[in-house]
Design a protein around this ligand. Structure first.
Ligand SMILES: Cc1cc2nc3c(=O)[nH]c(=O)nc-3n(C[C@H](O)[C@H](O)[C@H](O)COP(=O)(O)OP(=O)(O)OC[C@H]3O[C@@H](n4cnc5c(N)ncnc54)[C@H](O)[C@@H]3O)c2cc1C
Length: 452
């Protein structure tokens, strides 16, 4: 089959990489680089603020101003914002790269916790896990009907039923961090237990040495090795649809078209009239997630923190869900990560909020203060070691939040031969893992068609 993939985000590239082994694939990317939301930059580009706006982000604060940082950060590699991949080696992303023998080195860590003025690393001791395990096993290996029911059960309900001792704290923090949603009454117990099972492993979170772009580069290399093509700076304007079937893009014929962009944006390239009104309404009602993400370039980090990751939970009435969960990560700071300039340490963090809160300037200062206070608990007086700091608000972090009220669409659209890849669709995991798993599902569906 001849297949067009619109967008070179992780979902588009993972789809093209899998399909390139058996089909002719062409990837079209409107930007001058691959990776979508998982891109990496050498320092701060001139068009930084415009680029952020394109990803539904805004620079909330910077110390000093962005133009000055741009001159200082030339040999620092940064992504669009905080990124860690959940599930370590068991997650969809790491396993898919292993299958194509990609040369990507993942740095992993356990998770520590900041609680008041004290910190604990790792957050869960082997004894804690042993004590919680029977309860988690009971929930995970329940009968199929129970699992289905758990998908519709909120974490708030699960805490009432099962949340005792350490398990209560785990259920209060991890589901929020995994879904980037603070409202426990909206998070699905089934979905977060699935993701949590992966977090229980040796390295629950990983980051690729050399920056997130290493993942996209590995897929791109595999696509091109198999004869697939990637066209940059090629914005696709229209998917050609005839008799309920996708025929190609912008007048070029294809047997199948895969759209890789937040699902709410697909009507920019496919006319609404081709879908049932109800489907359009449903897709437009889906919402993503939000956060404040920050980078801190420090000239000193205690060696005891290097390579580790810490979570925090701030109870506050100022935000939906009456809490702000977040994370501060020091894996980018180790020399093996090849991100920070020699003798400097890039630290990344995020504090979760709703998309509306991320757009609300009156919340920015509060989110910044939450991040700063928690970083200060880890490194007392850290500000005196900060060479520069950037805080960005984002209101479309995940394509579609994995919440009970958001019914994520299938990879197959109502239009024949038109698929959706990325983190917006109903596949396993969150964020990058969800995008990679969407590619696995598309591959299976296309294979079953092409093999008759
Ligand atoms: C700041 C931030 C922090 C995040 N943190 C995490 C994290 O810690 N862990 C995690 O797992 N996930 C995280 N995510 C989410 C993660 O980045 C995404 O889930 C992941 O990158 C997958 O994206 P995608 O495949 O859906 O495609 P996208 O990244 O949305 O890519 C879509 C691509 O399509 C292109 N495109 C769109 N329209 C057209 C067109 N008409 N023609 C041609 N090209 C087009 C775009 O330019 C883009 O390159 C974060 C996201 C952000 C922004």
């Amino acid at each position: 089959m001849k297949i067009a993939i619109v967008g070179s985000g992780i979902g588009g590239l993972a789809s093209a990489s899998l399909l390139s082994t058996r089909h002719e694939v062409h990837v079209y990317e409107k930007m001058d680089r691959i990776g979508g939301r998982a891109l990496s930059m050498n320092g701060i580009p001139e068009n930084y603020k415009k680029m952020l706006a394109g990803f539904e982000m805004a620079n909330a604060f910077s110390m000093p101003d962005i133009e000055t940082i741009s001159g200082m950060a030339k040999n620092t590699k940064i992504d669009l914002g905080f990124h860690l991949i959940g599930g370590g080696k068991r997650g969809a992303c790491v396993s898919s790269l292993k299958r194509i023998n990609a040369n990507v080195n993942f740095i992993g860590s356990k998770l520590g916790i900041i609680e008041g003025d004290s910190t604990k690393y790792p957050m869960l001791s082997p004894y804690d896990k042993l004590k919680m395990l029977p309860r988690i096993m009971q929930l995970l290996f329940s009968r199929k009907e129970t699992i289905e029911a758990m998908k519709k059960m909120s974490i708030e309900e699960a805490i009432e039923k099962y949340g005792k001792g350490k398990l209560k704290l785990v259920l209060e923090i991890f589901p929020r961090l995994i879904t980037t949603v603070n409202e426990l009454d909206k998070i699905s117990t089934g979905e977060s237990l699935f993701a949590q099972r992966e977090l229980m492993g040796g390295h629950p979170v990983v980051y690729p040495a050399g920056g997130l772009e290493e993942i996209s580069k590995a897929y791109a290399m595999h696509i091109e090795k198999n004869g697939g093509k990637i066209f940059l700076e090629r914005e696709i304007k229209n998917v050609d649809v005839e008799d309920g079937m996708a025929k190609g893009i912008d007048g070029i014929e294809y047997d199948a078209v895969i759209l890789n962009m937040p699902v709410q944006h697909i009507f920019r390239v496919v006319k609404e009239k081709h879908f049932e009104r109800e489907w359009v309404r449903k897709i437009k009602s889906l919402y993503g997630t939000g956060s404040m993400v920050s980078y801190h370039l420090l000239n000193h980090v205690p060696s005891s923190l290097l390579g580790k990751s810490y979570v925090f939970l701030e109870k506050t009435d100022e935000f939906k869900g009456e809490a702000v969960a977040g994370m501060i990560d020091f894996k980018m700071a180790v020399p093996e990560a090849k991100i920070s300039p020699p003798g400097k340490y890039l630290v990344q963090s995020y504090a979760i909020c709703s998309p509306e809160e991320a757009k609300d300037r009156s919340k920015w200062e509060m989110l910044k203060n939450i991040i700063d206070e928690n970083l200060d608990r880890l490194i007392k007086g850290y500000k005196k070691h900060a060479e520069w700091e950037i805080y960005n608000a984002i209101w479309h972090l995940d394509g579609v939040a994995k919440t009970i009220d958001n019914d994520k669409p299938d990879v197959e659209t109502p239009i024949k031969n038109l698929y959706i890849a990325g983190d917006s669709v109903n596949s396993k995991g969150i964020g990058i893992n969800c995008a990679v798993d969407s590619a696995n599902i598309i591959y299976e569906r296309i294979e079953s068609i092409s093999s008759g």
